[in-house]
Every structure is written in structure tokens, then in C-alpha cells.
Design a protein around this ligand. Structure first.
Ligand code: SF4
Length: 469
């Protein structure tokens, strides 16, 4: 279950042309909390200056009413963070803000750059001093060093030098700028609320403020919103776009729409295709809540088996939960999930999960389900084995920690203690998505749409490139 073994990356939300821009951005971040729980920040602008507040913690803990009141202006950008590059201390929170001859410029970033080492080395060679360990700061340096005549041209010049995955929100004293990398790896959506503009990683951030989805920010597009007017610029196009398929499998909320498709619909399709590929002789279908609920419904409907609530999730387990000692080995999973004995007792159970990363949590969870009386446990996973690291903003462990890179499917079945184990095939996963064109599936296939510089890839791959996944 990815939720316990994978960390999200980051979320972006922004508002232009509204007197309560910071408050609406706060609400947007609130609905995007699932994408990053380590830190949150908002930078607003009132036409003359920018106002920034950010801190470690959940959105609701970071922003009290007096903090929001201090973020004046009709423009705002916000960010929630889980650190995928840079360590989780206050200096690495976002948005980050700089002052140059262009004035004040704040930036929030979702994704990871793949050419950080060479960019950083070149900037350091020229005397640049960095305040953070985040790749995001490099972009502000590149903008500040550009000789182009105006800010938009400087940003475009900077973005032409960075590679990898980057959805960006900038705010100046009087403009909000949104940009998405030419490969379109991470989602970024554009919405409206009356005459105001909204931008966010997922459309659930529009719903919470009563806004409506307008369209995606296109891959390789930079949008400038100033004085209520939107102007679109194009960056050099990539031959093909490669949106992240894991957004559909796990990361995005099922009530969101990304890459032009409803996440709920795709996730039900994953469950349906999984039931076709891996049927099971069983009595009931249960989900590992919450991220697998929708896919389990798809599996149940296709297989004709009843969907039951066999596991209850405790939503209030904080990041500071004290990990148990070895003698209480299942307590960490017990704190998060409680099996419903009356549902499971004596049953042959299909357990639908979104992914298996290290396998540790699956093993403990299946032990709990059996202890609650399940007669048989058939594990079904809505994606192929995760066997490769991600260089585009998702904290997937190194290959030596990924059970899908080390063991065969039969060995994994034995390790987690399932009566049977079925993973959705790569073809079955991609077939659940209607949008035409390729998608990034590198963490399943090892086929990367943009290679990371060797220095970035070395540790994560641990010299294992070329091994079969
Ligand atoms: Fe998404 Fe996996 Fe590609 Fe990363 S490697 S962008 S998680 S599909």
C-alpha cells in the first residue's frame, strides 16, 4: 500500500484577481493535503509588495486566521511539501522568494529537476550562493541571471535550461505565472471562480472554493495572469508528453480530474481490468482504504462479488506516531487499519490494493486479516510491480528496497502470506486511461522519458540498471 510506503511529493494552488486570494489558496491547499504533509506556505501580492508565510506542519496547523489576515492582496500562490530533494527543515519550505532587479519573485514547485548537478555546478562556478538544498532555488537563480529584457522572457530563458518534471507557480507584485514542463509529467489545472483565475495541481482544489475547471495548463505552456487578463506562451515542445500514470493509480484524489480524465473513472477501470486479468474464487472483495476503495469497487462490479468494508482506517495517525519495538511488530499497521471481524470471519477474501512497495505493510496487513478469521486471502494489486525509482518528484525507495525489483511474483506472494497474488499488467493499467499518447510508467518498466544526470541516478539505481525488473 503506497500510502504507507511511498511519500507524495508536493501540491500547488494559486488564485489571481480575488480580494481573498490567500484564504482561497489556503482552502485549495487544504484539499491537496494528501500530496504533502511536511510543510505549507503561501505568498500573496497586493500590487506593490509580496507577503510570505510558511512553516513546517499541516496546512491547518501552519495557517491560523491571523496568519491569513497578514497575507494581503488579490494574488496568491501556495505549496504543500513532502521533501523529495532537500531535507525537511524550514529553509526548504516553499514558496521561496527572491528580490532582484525584476522586483520580488516567489516560486512554488511540484516535481524534480533531472539536471540539477550540472546546473548547480555551473551556477556555483559563477559565484552563486544557495540558501536551500532544493532544486527549485536553481530556477530563481537562472531567472535572476538572465539578460532578457523583461520578466516573462527571463523566466522562459530559465525554463529552457531545466529538465525533468516541473509544475511551477510564480507570483510577482502584480502577476501570477504558471508553467508546466514540456513532458507534462505532473498535473496542473486552470479554473475560474467568477472573474478570478484558479490554478492547482488537482481540480479538487477548485471544488472546495466553488470554482470550476476550465482546462489543463498544457505541457510546455506558460500562463501569465495580470490585471485579470490571461496570456499564454509556449516553451519549446517535447516530441511527446508523458504524464505520470501513478497519479491515476494512487496519488490524485478520486474526485479530481487530471490530464483531461476523471480519476475516479480511471481507477474503477483499473479494478475492472484487474478482475479480468486475475479473477479469484472468493466470497467478498475488500479495499485497503482509502486509496484503493474506488478500484476495489471496479473489481467487485466486474467479478460479480460483493464489495464489503473489511478494513477501517484510522485517519488521525500523525507523522510523529511512535514506531513500535520489534515485540509489537504489527502495531504500526494496527494503529492505521482495524479489520472488521464480522465481515471477514470464515470468508475467502479478495484484498485490492493500489501497490506494493517494500512489502512490509502488506505482510502485516494480511496477517491481521487472517487473524480476524479470513479463510483465504487473495491479494490483487492495481498496477505492475514497482521495480524502479522515480526521478520526477515521487519518493520511491532505491531498487534494493523495492520488493518488486528483488523477488519474483511467487516469492512476493509467499513473503506477504497471500493464498494468491495478482498484479495488473502494464497493458491493463494503460488501457484504463482513455487519453491518447504515451504516459510515464518508468517506476514499473524502467523506461524513463528523460534520463536523470548520472549523479542523481547512481544511488537510487545502485548500479542495478539493466537488471530485469
Ligand atoms: Fe509517476 Fe512512476 Fe513516472 Fe515517477 S516514475 S513520474 S511515479 S510513473
Amino acid at each position: 500500500m503506497a500510502g504507507d510506503e511511498l511519500r507524495h511529493f508536493c501540491a500547488l494552488a494559486g488564485v489571481a484577481g480575488h480580494p481573498e486570494a490567500a484564504y482561497l489558496t489556503y482552502l485549495g491547499l487544504y484539499s491537496l493535503q494528501h500530496r504533502g504533509q511536511e510543510a505549507a506556505g503561501i505568498c500573496s501580492a497586493d500590487g506593490e509588495t509580496t507577503h510570505l508565510y510558511k512553516a513546517l506542519g499541516l496546512v491547518n496547523d501552519v495557517f491560523r486566521p491571523e496568519r491569513i489576515a497578514g497575507l494581503a492582496g488579490h494574488l496568491a500562490i501556495g505549496h504543500t511539501r513532502y521533501s523529495t530533494t532537500g531535507s525537511p527543515h524550514t529553509a526548504n519550505t516553499q514558496p521561496i522568494r527572491s528580490t532582484s532587479r525584476s522586483g520580488s519573485l516567489a516560486l512554488a514547485h511540484n516535481g524534480n529537476l533531472t539536471n540539477t548537478p550540472s546546473l548547480r555546478a555551473a551556477l556555483e562556478e559563477e559565484g552563486a550562493i544557495f540558501q536551500t538544498t532544493m532544486d527549485t532555488e536553481l530556477i530563481l537563480h537562472l531567472v535572476a541571471r538572465s539578460r532578457a529584457p523583461h520578466l516573462e522572457a527571463r523566466i522562459i530563458e530559465a525554463l529552457e535550461q531545466v529538465q525533468g518534471a516541473w509544475c511551477l507557480l510564480f507570483v510577482t507584485e502584480n502577476a501570477l505565472i504558471a508553467a508546466r514542463d514540456p513532458l507534462g509529467i505532473r498535473p496542473l489545472c486552470l479554473g475560474r471562480l467568477g472573474s478570478s483565475w484558479l490554478v492547482a495541481s488537482e481540480t479538487c482544489a477548485f471544488d472546495i472554493v466553488g470554482g470550476r475547471f476550465e482546462r489543463d495548463v498544457e505541457p510546455g505552456e506558460m500562463i501569465v495572469i495580470r490585471d485579470g487578463e490571461l496570456c499564454s506562451h509556449r516553451l519549446p515542445a517535447a516530441p511527446e508528453t508523458h504524464p505520470c500514470i501513478f497519479e491515476f493509480v494512487y496519488f490524485s484524489r478520486p474526485d479530481s480530474r487530471i490530464y483531461g480524465e476523471k480519476v475516479d473513472k480511471v481507477r474503477r477501470g483499473l479494478g475492472r481490468n484487474l478482475a479480468r486479468e486475475h479473477p479469484a474464487e472468493a466470497d467478498i472483495v475488500i479495499a485497503v482504504p482509502d486509496s484503493s476503495n474506488t478500484a476495489a469497487l471496479g473489481y467487485a462490479r466486474e467479478s460479480g462479488l460483493p464489495f464489503e468494508l473489511g478494513l477501517i482506517r484510522n485517519h488521525y495517525v500523525g507523522r510523529t506516531f511512535i514506531q513500535p519495538g520489534p515485540e509489537q511488530r504489527d502495531h504500526d499497521v494496527r494503529v492505521k487499519f482495524n479489520p472488521v471481524g464480522g465481515v471477514l470471519d470464515g470468508k475467502r477474501v479478495v484484498v485490492v490494493d493500489d501497490s506494493i512497495v517494500r512489502g512490509t505493510t502488506s505482510r502485516k496487513l494480511l496477517r491481521l486479516i487472517r487473524a480476524a478469521g479470513a479463510r483465504e486471502v487473495h491479494m490483487r494489486v492495481t498496477c505492475p510491480p514497482v521495480a524502479w525509482p522515480c526521478f520526477y518528484g515521487v519518493d520511491i525507495p532505491t531498487r534494493s528496497e523495492l520488493i518488486g525489483a528483488r523477488l519474483s511474483i511467487e516469492e512476493i506472494r509467499k513473503h506477504i502470506g497471500a493464498d494468491s497474488l495478482g498484479y495488473l499488467s502494464l497493458e491493463g493499467m494503460l488501457a484504463a486511461v482513455e487519453r491518447p499518447g504515451p504516459m510515464c510508467h518508468a517506476c514499473f518498466s524502467g523506461s524513463y522519458p528523460v534520463e536523470p544526470e548520472p549523479e542523481l541516478g547512481k544511488d537510487a539505481l545502485e548500479g542495478n540498471r539493466g537488471c530485469p525488473p
